[in-house]
Structure formats: structure tokens, C-alpha cells
Design a protein around this ligand. Structure first.
Ligand code: ADP
Ligand code: MG
Length: 588
């Protein structure tokens, strides 16, 4: 770190933006402003002056107060002490804030990670071992669910000269000494990394792995890959937050980074109150034991909201480097984009579409492009799956944030307000959503479940497309005017929507559906379709099929059969075949 400190003074203040005289600083340098040492970042040069965005309330700040730079970019501390914690957009622990009385100064000197707490360090290397960037020196068990690995920091390689024995240490105590070509480097349990700079990795890795979410409409129709990128656009109360929570609980990732960007204060209060109460369904322990929350409350300046997604993804990269599968959720990126717009307005930049700055797209890219499946150390893979909620006004997806997000994501999970209004949850539109991972994950289904998932999926899509066309006709002439085979399509589409796509996040059985159960449920519905077609050909009238009792059993199978009750579902299938024989022979 460069210790040379540059000093200057405030010229003027406009909300979270400060103009200062501060010669010699660089773009994106971290600066301290005023007596209370508010934290800010250099974002523009104007002739001899610099523009600084301040991450804290600037009320009370006066022109003439001093400003100084530490010559370091805005960074996060990466080490033990993050799991289970809630931080603000520049990684200050929120709990500490509360002790200081809400979010007001003095915040001077608050550190992200505790300097006093001692962590039990378990060494995993010995003297003489050769190590390089991201080699594991040891580990700290942070919670029942997460073990943090202590890594060799980027850019360092050599031989272990000293390694601390198993024991309790603070993060400031060096745990290892590495003999490098340029001398001896001592390594602590934490690293400091600039949030706007992606962490190193060896290479991106291609895989076919689907990341199962347990939500049928996503896994079966609009899958996401391990290391994939998805967006959840949806208007107010369409179900974005519910879906994000459901994903946080069930998605097949080790660690969840949840970035809450709320506009209204109560939205964030909801996250801060609700999230710590969620239970990790797999372990039965609090979900927070494998979660890190980044929260921007409404009484904090918009600038901290702007930085929050980069703070979040940097922390995600750090756990990825340990070899974990990390999922990062941002709810909502629209609130983040509004922060960007507000800062841009303060800077009097020329606005582009709907007042957003012209660099909206590149800033979104700087977030989403850091997701992926990477080789982080020879033979060690880690991944970041990024899922951003977008909340366009009135659910209108043609607005700039949704449109620009579409350029960088590959799965689009569109929430439809009409579905939400009709209490079809999750309200994911089967017509407007898409996934570009379909061709890539099809082999994964083959290998893991020996099923031709792709043809199943195509079948479902075909039914929904026909259904949509027929619905237009029904609107004009009513269903009775349609021939029986077309009425059957309407019936099957309805069955798929109710029995398969709808999934109650509050139901103990239905909240998570395994891929095996998804396949079985789909096969049963298709079996009903086949049997119905045969019966119609055999002259069974449509109204008899429509009135079959088995239909309501199919609609209830998601809540009546647990994931481990697949043989019972086979029995239901056998009963269905018999029922069809009966109506053919005896009528209903
Ligand atoms: P948004 O974040 O889009 O404004 P929420 O996620 O808060 O919307 O959802 C609004 C309401 O919709 C929830 O309080 C809940 O009643 C209902 N809801 C959303 N998704 C589901 C679901 N999967 N299962 C049951 N109810 C849901
Ligand atoms: Mg919400």
C-alpha cells in the first residue's frame, strides 16, 4: 500500500457529490472528507478540481474542510468474519451502526472485519510446501455451514517458510510466511481487494451443469447453468422478492450473497428482518449461516447503493476462489440504476434514455460479466451465478434497465402481473421468459437422469403455444365451438399450468421439487394426454374425460407426494390407466 497521503479542501457540496481541490489523486481513489472522515471516491476530474462521490450523509459538511486521499481504490476486506453478517454498500457492518445509533456519524474508523475476534485457524500446508496465488494455507470454520479457506493472496508464489500451528488468532496476526523470489511475504487471514476490479482466475470453464433451483418452471422450462446469469423482471408485487428468497433457500449453491437495494425504507427493513429468520431447508439451520447480506437502507446516500453490487460480487469472487459455488442475488437492480441516474444528474452529465447515463450498459456488464464458472487454482473450480431482479415501472419491459440487462443475462424469468393477480405463483410467464442454456444443459439431464428432457420441454412449449392460439378463438366463440382434440389441448395446458407450473413457496412439500419428481410429474401429465387422445379416437366423449376424477389427483400430486414418494406416483399412473379403461368400457 502507498502510504503517501495527499491533502486538499472542499470547494462545494451537492448532496452526495463533493467538489474538492486535491492535487495528485487518481481516478477511483478512496478519499476521506471533512472532520468526521466521511468515505468517498474520486469519480471525475474537472480541470484542477476533483469530483468525489460520498458514501455517507454529507449534511453538516462545509466548504473549506479538509479532504485527503489514501492513494488506494475503494476496497473490501476479505477474510473470516463475513459469513452471517450484514454490511452496507461499502462493507461497513450494519450491526455496529445500530449500536452507534442508526446511520449517523461518528463512523470514523469502523472496519469491515473485527480486529479483536480470534478465529480458530487450522493449517493445511507445512514448511517447504510450494504455494501460489489462491493456494489454501488453512481454514477457519466460520459457521456450522461454511468453512472459510485462507488463501495465498493474488500475485504471490513461493515456498512456505513459516506456518502457524492450529490455534486462535486475530486477522491481523500473520499466519504464514512465504519465501518468494523477491523476499519474504507474510500473509494474514484477510486480504484487501478493490471492488471495481475483478479478482484473478486462471480461465473460464465450460460445463453443462444445470444449477437446480427446485422451482419447476425454472428448472424444466427456463434452466440456469452453474455460473449462469439470469434476470427476474417484474412490476410491483409480481413476486420478485419471494422468488429471490426461494432461490436463496434452495438453489444448489454453497453460499448466498444477497444484495438488497431498496428504495422505500420498509423494503429494506423487510429484508433485514425476514432474511435472518429464513431456515436453510437442507441443514435445518438458519440460512444466514451461509449467507452474506449487503443492504442499503433508504436513509443512506444513493452512492452506497451504486457500489453495493460491486462490493457483493467481489465478496462472491473471494468465496469462488475457495472453490465454492456462490449465488449472488441483487434485488433490485432498478433501484441500483436509479442511484446511478441520480449521481449522473448531480454531475450534470448528458442523459441518455429516460435520464439514465449512457454508461448504464457498461456498468451492468461490469457486474454480470464477473459471474461464471472458473478455474481459480490448478484443478480447483469455483462459480458465481448472478441473478438480478429488475423492477420496471408498471411492469413495462421496454424500459432501459430491463433492455440493457437483457444484453448480459442469458436466462430471462419474466414475472407477469396478470398471473400474479390471478395468484398463479411463481408468476413466471411461460410465453415471455427464455433461457439460452437449453442446448447446453440437455446432456446434463441425460447423464444425470437418463431422460430426454429436451423433447419433454419441447412438448410443453408446443402445448403452451397451441393453447395461446386457441385462447384467442375461445375469446371470440367460446370453448364449445372447438373440436374435441383442440379442447383437449386447452385442458392439458390448464393441467400443466395448475399441476406443474404453479408452485406454492409456502407449502412444506411443494416449496422444493427435485428434478426426479419434476420428470415424474411431467410424465404423468403427458400420460394423461396420451390416454385422453386414444380415448377420443375410441369414441369417448370429451366431457367424460374432462370430468375424470384423476384430474384432481394430478392437480394435487405436487402437494400430496413428497420428493421421496415417486413409487407412489407410479401407482397413481397405474390407476390412471385403469380409469381410462373404465370410461372406455362403462362410461364415467
Ligand atoms: P415484489 O418483490 O415483486 O414486489 P413480492 O415478492 O413481495 O413482490 O410478492 C408479493 C406477494 O405475492 C407476496 O407477499 C406473496 O403473497 C405473493 N407471492 C409471490 N410469489 C409467491 C409464491 N411463489 N408462492 C406464494 N405466494 C407468492
Ligand atoms: Mg420486492
Amino acid at each position: 500500500m502507498n502510504k503517501e497521503i495527499k491533502e486538499g479542501k472542499i470547494i462545494s457540496i451537492s448532496g452526495p457529490v463533493v467538489l474538492a481541490e486535491l492535487p495528485g489523486v487518481r481516478m477511483r481513489d478512496l478519499v476521506m472528507i471533512g472532520e468526521t472522515e466521511l468515505i468517498g471516491e474520486v469519480i471525475e476530474f474537472r480541470k484542477e478540481k476533483v469530483v468525489i462521490q460520498v458514501f455517507e450523509e454529507t449534511l453538516g459538511l462545509k466548504p473549506g474542510e479538509k479532504v485527503f486521499s489514501t492513494n488506494n481504490p475503494l476496497s473490501v476486506e476479505l477474510g473470516p468474519g463475513m459469513v452471517g453478517k450484514t454490511f452496507d454498500g461499502i462493507q461497513r457492518p450494519l450491526q455496529v451502526f445500530q449500536e452507534h445509533g442508526a446511520f449517523i456519524s461518528p463512523l470514523k474508523g469502523i472496519k469491515a472485519l473485527s480486529r479483536e475476534k480470534e478465529w480458530e485457524f487450522n493449517p493445511e500446508v507445512k514448511v517447504g510446501d510450494a504455494v501460489q496465488e489462491n493456494s489454501i494455507l488453512g481454514n477457519v470454520k466460520e459457521s456450522e455451514l461454511i468453512t472459510t479457506r485462507i488463501l495465498v493472496p493474488p500475485g504471490i508464489s513461493g515456498k512456505i517458510k513459516k506456518i502457524k500451528s492450529k490455534g486462535k488468532y486475530t486477522i491481523e496476526e500473520p499466519v504464514a510466511e512465504i519465501e518468494t523470489d523477491s523476499g519474504i511475504t507474510s500473509v494474514k487471514m484477510y486480504q484487501v481487494w478493490p471492488i471495481r476490479q475483478p479478482r484473478h482466475f486462471i480461465k473460464r470453464v465450460f460445463s453443462n451443469d444445470q444449477l437446480i433451483t427446485g422451482t419447476r418452471v425454472l428448472d424444466f422450462l427456463f434452466p440456469i447453468k452453474r455460473g449462469g446469469v439470469a434476470a427476474i423482471p417484474g412490476g410491483f408485487v409480481a413476486g420478485k422478492t419471494m422468488l429471490q428468497h426461494s432461490l436463496a433457500k434452495w438453489i444448489a449453491a454453497d453460499i448466498i450473497i444477497y444484495v438488497g437495494c431498496g428504495e422505500r425504507g420498509n423494503e429494506m427493513t423487510q429484508v433485514l428482518e425476514e432474511f435472518p429468520q429464513l431456515i436453510d431447508p437442507r441443514s435445518g439451520r438458519p440460512l444466514i449461516e451461509r449467507t452474506i447480506l449487503i443492504a442499503n437502507t433508504s436513509n443512506m446516500p444513493v452512492t452506497a447503493r451504486e457500489s453495493s453490487i460491486y462490493t457483493g460480487i467481489t465478496i462472491a469472487e473471494y468465496f469462488r476462489d475457495m472453490g465454492y459455488d456462490v449465488a449472488i442475488m441483487a434485488d433490485s437492480t432498478s433501484r441500483w440504476a436509479e442511484a446511478l441516474r441520480e449521481i449522473s444528474g448531480r454531475l450534470e452529465e448528458i442523459p441518455a434514455e429516460e435520464g439514465f447515463p449512457s454508461y448504464l450498459a457498461s456498468r451492468l456488464a461490469e457486474f454480470y460479466e464477473r459471474a461464471g464458472l472458473m478455474e481459480v487454482h490448478p484443478g480447483r473450480l469455483g462459480s458465481i451465478t448472478a441473478i438480478g431482479a429488475v423492477s420496471p415501472q408498471g411492469g413495462d419491459f421496454s424500459e432501459p434497465v430491463t433492455q440493457n440487462t437483457k444484453r448480459f443475462i442469458r436466462a430471462f424469468w419474466a414475472l407477469d402481473k396478470n398471473l400474479a393477480g390471478a395468484r398463479h405463483f411463481p408468476a413466471i410467464s411461460w410465453l415471455e421468459s427464455y433461457s439460452e442454456y437449453i442446448d447446453e444443459v440437455k446432456d446434463w439431464w441425460h447423464v444425470n437422469y437418463r431422460k430426454d428432457w429436451l423433447s419433454y420441454r419441447m412438448k410443453a412449449v408446443e402445448i403452451f403455444q397451441k393453447d395461446q392460439k386457441l385462447q384467442q378463438i375461445v375469446k371470440l366463440v367460446g370453448p364449445d365451438a372447438l373440436p374435441d382434440d383442440e379442447r383437449l389441448i386447452l385442458l392439458i395446458a390448464d393441467l400443466l399450468k395448475v399441476a406443474f407450473l404453479q408452485q406454492n413457496a409456502f407449502d412444506d412439500i411443494d416449496m422444493y421439487c427435485t428434478p426426479e419428481k419434476q420428470i415424474k410429474m411431467f410424465e404423468l401429465i403427458m400420460k394423461f394426454f396420451d390416454e385422453s387422445e386414444k380415448s377420443l379416437q375410441d369414441g369417448v366423449p370429451f366431457h367424460q374425460i374432462q370430468g375424470m376424477e384423476i384430474l384432481s389427483s394430478l392437480k394435487r400430486m405436487k402437494i400430496e407426494y413428497r420428493n421421496d414418494q415417486l413409487p407412489e406416483l407410479d401407482t397413481l399412473g397405474d390407476k390412471m390407466v385403469k380409469d381410462f379403461q373404465n370410461i372406455k368400457e362403462f362410461g364415467l
